[in-house]
Structures are given as structure tokens and as C-alpha cells.
Design a protein around this ligand. Structure first.
Ligand code: FES
Length: 320
């Protein structure tokens, strides 16, 4: 771009502005009347001027040392730039202001995630993992509240240790179940294998826990149901300062939850989708297959049964 020439930059949903080579994105947007947040006055310290780059990243100036420093601290993703530190070299740039009001500001700045993820949605292929304790209700009804909570904590800890051992991340715990994902920073094949290994480890660990603890002290044993599916999901941090939890959502998540629920009707402790099975380098040799129906999907969905039939067959059929 010649010294005095200007190019256009589109601020998505707001306006298209003229920008000179000497101007930063922030200066150009302010000059065009956009109420662009810039709490530190454009010194590259506050990150309130951050923009999501939707198009034309190659037309933006290199990241300078000031921006680099603050990017590392705030863990900004590659597609986010500081408008006050960024110039534009050519046409075709489209950006989206991320902080437009005080609520945005609160969400982005007070909700700085601890796990390196940003409060910006991203798409990624992941392995989705759901696990549920099959026969917890009768235990709960027959025991003291203290014991119920204590045993629940022991089992959830057992789940967590296996999931984290294989690089998974727990997204949610609800009642006597856990939802976890694998593949936040590995490829989908590795993620799927890890999810399956974690499931197998949990099945073994629950068996040991039953034999060494539950049967001896409570004359009871637990079984679990695990469902694993893979697919493209959206993830991002939706905590608003209260809870910086990561959310992972999308249709494949619903499918994985449905597979976990199907462990009851299929009388098998570990059900994975055909797609997940196809990702395994060394899949189990002899597996039963089955078809289940999914809400909103006309064709029956093929699944592989890689666990074991329930000892409490009657309990497995019962809706808890
Ligand atoms: S205005 Fe503060 S970092 Fe850009």
C-alpha cells in the first residue's frame, strides 16, 4: 500500500472503514465513529480492543513485541489481534470486535480461563465420553447420606483419574454420571483411542473397587455404562466469572450421551459408535454390533458393544 493510500476494513455487523497504512485498526475504527473499547488508551496493555480476524489475516502487520507479550499472558488465540497494535497492508480484511459493552468486558477479562482456552468458540473433532453408574439408586436408598456421598466421591475420583490419565477433560458431572472429552490438543485418532483406554481402565478399576471395598463393607457392587462417539463439536469457555468451565457442544455430544443410555437396553457396559470404532488402531477382535435409533435421525445407528453384559441384568433393563 502506498504511503497515503487507504484500504477498507470491514468491522462485521458494524461498518466498513477506511484505514491508512500509518493507522492502527483501533485508530481507524475510532475515527469512523465505532465505539471501540480501548481501556489502556491503545498501549497494548488491556486487550479490550481485541478483534477476531474473520478474513485477511495475511494482510495484517506482524505481531509486535508489545502485543506478543500481552498475548502470552492473556493466552489469546491466533485469530485474535489487538486492534491498537495492528496495521493493515491490503484489502480483504474483515474483523469482529469482541468487547462491545461492559458485560462483554466482564466476560472476557474477568473470566480468563485457567486451562488456556479462550472464551471464543472453536470447532474441533473430538471424542465424546459419557459414563454413568448403573445401580446407584438402590445403594443410595439403603445407606446413610454420609456413605452415599463418600462412595460417590470415591467413584467419581476413580473416573477422573482414568480420564485424566489418558489426557481427557471432564466437562460436566451430573448426578451419578460424568461427561468428558478427549482431543482438545491431540488428533482425533489418538483422542478416540485414549477415550476407549480410559473406559477400559474404568471398567477394570470399578471391578477392583467392588471386590476390595464395596462387597466387603457394603455387600454391594457397582456397574457402569460408557458411551463413546466422535465428531466435530464447538467448544469454548462460557463461564462468566463464576465458573470458568469449558463447554463442548454439538450433535455428536447428544449421540455419545445416547450411546451411554443405550448400554442399559443393549445390556453391555461399553458402547461405541461405528465411527469411533473405525478410529482405533487395534480394535477389539470380537465385538457384537447392534443398531439403535436416535431422535431426529431416520436411519438406525450402528454401534459396537465392547464391554461386558451386566451382572445385574435385571437392573440393567430397569430405568433408573
Ligand atoms: S487498547 Fe488496550 S490493548 Fe489495545
Amino acid at each position: 500500500m502506498c504511503q497515503n493510500m487507504t484500504v477498507q476494513v470491514e468491522f462485521k455487523g458494524e461498518k466498513t472503514v477506511q484505514i491508512a497504512e500509518s493507522q492502527t485498526l483501533l485508530e481507524a475504527s475510532l475515527a469512523a465513529g465505532i465505539p471501540h473499547y480501548h481501556a489502556c488508551g491503545g498501549k497494548g496493555e488491556c486487550t479490550t480492543c481485541r478483534v477476531l480476524v474473520l478474513q485477511g489475516a495475511e494482510q495484517l502487520s506482524e505481531i509486535n513485541s508489545c502485543e506478543r507479550m500481552v498475548r502470552e499472558v492473556r493466552k489469546l488465540p491466533d485469530n485474535v489481534r489487538l486492534a491498537c497494535q495492528t496495521n493493515v497492508k491490503g484489502e480483504g480484511v474483515q474483523v469482529h470486535r469482541l468487547i462491545k459493552d461492559d458485560t462483554d468486558r466482564y466476560i472476557f477479562l474477568n473470566g480468563a480461563p485457567e486451562d488456556g482456552s479462550e472464551a471464543i468458540g472453536k470447532r474441533r473433532k473430538m471424542a465424546l465420553f459419557f459414563i454413568d453408574i448403573r445401580n446407584f439408586t438402590p445403594f443410595m436408598e439403603a445407606n446413610l447420606p454420609f456413605d452415599v456421598i463418600h462412595i460417590m466421591r470415591r467413584i467419581i475420583t476413580l473416573f477422573r483419574n482414568a480420564i485424566e490419565h489418558y489426557g481427557g477433560k471432564i466437562i460436566d458431572t451430573a448426578g451419578d454420571g460424568v461427561y468428558a472429552v478427549f482431543g482438545l490438543d491431540t488428533n482425533i485418532k489418538m483422542a478416540t483411542e485414549s477415550a476407549v483406554f480410559a473406559g477400559i481402565k474404568i471398567l477394570e478399576d470399578v471391578k477392583i473397587f467392588n471386590n476390595t471395598y464395596m462387597r466387603a463393607y457394603f455387600n454391594h457392587f457397582f456397574e457402569v455404562g460408557i458411551g463413546v462417539h466422535v465428531g466435530q463439536v464447538i467448544y469454548g469457555n462460557v463461564g462468566i466469572g463464576l465458573n470458568n468451565s469449558l463447554s463442548v457442544m454439538g450433535f455428536p455430544v447428544n449421540v455419545a450421551a445416547r450411546l451411554q443410555a443405550a448400554t442399559k437396553e443393549l445390556n453391555n457396559s461399553f458402547v461405541i459408535s461405528e465411527a469411533a470404532y473405525g478410529m482405533l488402531r487395534n480394535p477389539p477382535y470380537s465385538v457384537r454390533t447392534a443398531k439403535i435409533n436416535l431422535k431426529g435421525v431416520s436411519n438406525a445407528f450402528e454401534v459396537m458393544l465392547i464391554g461386558k453384559p451386566y451382572e445385574y441384568a435385571a437392573a440393567a433393563a430397569k430405568v433408573e
